[in-house]
Design a protein around this ligand. Structure first.
Ligand code: NAD
Ligand code: UGA
Length: 466
């Protein structure tokens, strides 16, 4: 089957970069990314390619190359569905905030809307691709909707989960460890659809890295991969607390573990806790699925990863209060970093939000600096928690666009994102302008301990003797 037109529903952190790379690598295929969010689409179409809505190293160059040639961003969802032989669904699948499964299950409302819209518009056979992260067996629900509300056209539903990490999205897409494609491989039509998608990726991904499975294995592999990754972070963070009590150094422990080739060295960086839009939601979803099959031990096992992460964020904030002589009331605390990791402007579930919220409850006066996050985003993250009035958030937390101003006259600095520029700062100058003792809480083990102590700071790092 020859693919000439691809449509992607959802122009977010996954849809945008993924389709930009497909368009770059397949100049003969028209790729249209559609979204109901007009503001987002107009930002993707901004004449200055540096103003596209998502910051990812290398992304603006790829968009500049392909946009207007064979990459299009549009709000005409119906038109793009109609034209495409292959439709990626890349909409959000957040944790449900209401009803059955509240706080645990994935909310599939947007996925269902896409299926109904495709069924209503499609006039010829289509390959539908689950790009969003979905509970195992969602493809069966999609099939039900498509066939019961459609007008006789045939569909093949494939699962093709995305494994990119934010901040390295372009590199991950250009050089993926693997591309996973799940399909109905027991039928000829299913196999043909899988092959059509393999052919798209095969333009730049070596064949041995394109893995095909049945649909359910593919859907479940995505949730499992995120659970395993998050589990590693919670495991090293659990050890960080023990290191602080025993004189061990978590970096040294991580290095010693990582040299065991069975364990591997990646994803063993102790931190203030993992954030991001997916780890927590995907594990909660996994826990919910396990519980719904009556697998309580499986559910409890994975839930512990989240419990440990919440504990890590909380104990970091508590340590600031305890160290500042048991009160932060009226004290200025500079927060360096608001995004959930470096090299992204995404703040979803960032540990910084929870640490700041906790310190605000203790009447701290916070000043935030982040090189890529806008002021409005910081306030909207805090307002979303609904802990206090919007006015109180704006009164007690300020956002600065100058890190030296943010740190001036502060009692303490908390480093919550590992932005590389933080290392380069003139820490002597920062020290001179702070109140003494000058406390730094390094939630990312980013700063040189010896050098910071030499300058005179009282430095509290994660997982190091306190
Ligand atoms: P996002 O919120 O950035 O983007 C989703 C977009 O879909 C939004 O712009 C929204 O307006 C749009 N949308 C929702 N319903 C729509 C509809 N009916 N028609 C048209 N547009 C619609 O989300 P994201 O971060 O790109 O994540 C998307 C999916 O990919 C999620 O399931 C997520 O778990 C998964 N995922 C995300 C990442 C990541 O790094 N962010 C990585 C791998 C997988
Ligand atoms: C993660 C996975 O790495 C991707 O494979 C997956 O596609 C994606 O989730 C998803 O499904 O959304 P992402 O959340 O973008 O990607 O970023 P990560 O690099 O995984 O970092 C997640 C969080 O863990 C960050 O807050 C990061 O600072 C933290 N982390 C990561 C640590 O604290 N220590 C580590 O060693 C690694």
């Amino acid at each position: 089957m020859e693919i000439k037109n691809i449509c992607c529903i959802g122009a977010g952190y996954v849809g945008g970069p993924t389709m930009a790379v497909i368009a770059q690598k397949c100049p003969d295929i028209n790729v249209t990314v559609v979204d109901i969010n007009e503001k987002r689409i107009s930002a993707w179409n901004h004449e200055n390619v540096n103003n596209i809505p998502i910051y990812e190293p290398g992304l603006s160059d790829i968009v500049a190359e392909a946009r207007g040639r064979n990459l299009f961003f549009s709000t005409d969802v119906d038109g793009a569905i109609d034209k495409a032989e292959m439709i990626f669904i890349s909409v959000n699948t957040p944790t449900k905030t209401y009803g059955i499964g509240k706080g645990m299950a994935a909310d599939l409302k947007w996925i269902e809307l896409c299926a109904r819209q495709i069924a209503c518009i499609a006039k010829d056979d289509k390959i539908i691709i689950e790009k969003s992260t979905l509970p195992v067996r969602t493809a069966a629900a999609l099939k039900d909707i498509l066939y019961n509300t459609g007008n006789g056209v045939k569909y093949q539903i494939l699962s093709n989960p995305e494994f990119l990490a934010e901040g390295t999205a372009v590199q991950d897409l250009l050089n993926p460890d693997r591309v996973l494609i799940g399909g109905d491989i027991d039928t000829e039509e299913g196999l043909e659809a899988v092959k059509a998608l393999c052919n798209v990726y095969a333009r730049w991904v070596p064949e041995k890295r394109i893995l095909t499975t049945n649909v359910w294995s593919s859907e479940l592999s995505k949730l499992t991969a995120n659970a395993f990754l998050a589990q590693r972070v919670s495991s090293i963070n659990a050890m960080s607390e023990l290191c602080e009590k025993t004189g061990a150094d978590v970096n040294e422990v991580a290095k010693a573990l990582g040299m065991d080739s069975r364990i591997g060295s990646k994803f063993l960086k102790s931190s203030v806790g993992f954030g991001g839009s997916c780890f927590q939601k995907d594990i909660l979803n996994l826990v919910y699925i396990a519980k719904s099959f009556g697998l309580d031990e499986v559910a409890d096992y994975w839930e512990q990863v989240i419990i440990m992460n919440d504990h890590q964020k909380r104990r970091f904030a508590d340590n600031i209060i305890k160290t500042l002589f048991n009160t932060v009331s009226g004290k200025k605390i500079a927060v360096l970093g608001w995004s959930f990791k470096k090299d992204t402007n995404d703040t979803r579930e960032s540990a910084a939000i929870y640490v700041a919220d906790h310190l605000l409850n203790e009447e701290a006066e916070i000043v935030v600096y982040d090189p890529k996050v806008e002021k409005d985003q910081v306030y909207s993250d805090l307002d979303y928690l609904n802990t206090r009035s919007k006015e109180a958030n704006r009164k007690n937390l300020k956002v600065s666009n100058d890190p030296y101003d943010a740190c001036k006259d502060a009692h303490a600095i908390a480093i919550l994102t590992e932005w590389e520029e933080f290392v380069e700062y003139d820490w002597e100058k920062i020290y001179e302008n702070m109140l003494k003792p000058a406390f730094v809480f390094d939630g990312r083990n980013l700063l040189d301990v010896k050098e910071m102590l030499r300058i005179g700071f009282v430095l509290k790092s994660i997982g190091k003797p306190q």
